[in-house]
Design a binder for this molecule. Sequence first.
Ligand code: SF4
Length: 123
Amino acid sequence: MSTRRTYALDPTAEASTRDCLDPWFFALLDSRRNLQPCCWRPPIGRLEPGQPLDALLDGPEMRALRRRLLDGDLDAHCAQCPNRALTTPANLRRRVRHELAAEHARLAAGQDEAATPNCHLRA
Ligand code: SF4
């Protein structure tokens, strides 16, 4: 029996994506204004002074990353990710839809004053 955990395995034809919501719900902005979509990838861009954060969060690099996860077309970083388990694109899409609906419900109920109505869930 293998002792390797699923997140350390290589993607397969069926389990071709990662069970990862970070590019939708997480961002790391360092003191030099570099924005990472997760802890494992290099920055996707640098926030210029006066530039809205949405410019990066909804920019072409982030959208392409989300699309590749949804399609199971992983780049090298996600294909070798040590932190997220493998799953099918259909399962990831279901999870993204579920989390988006839950986020909108929270916002509609006024339960998250810090959240923006512009959920970064576009791909
Ligand atoms: S490298 Fe891993 S944690 Fe980062 S976006 Fe890809 S699957 Fe998610």
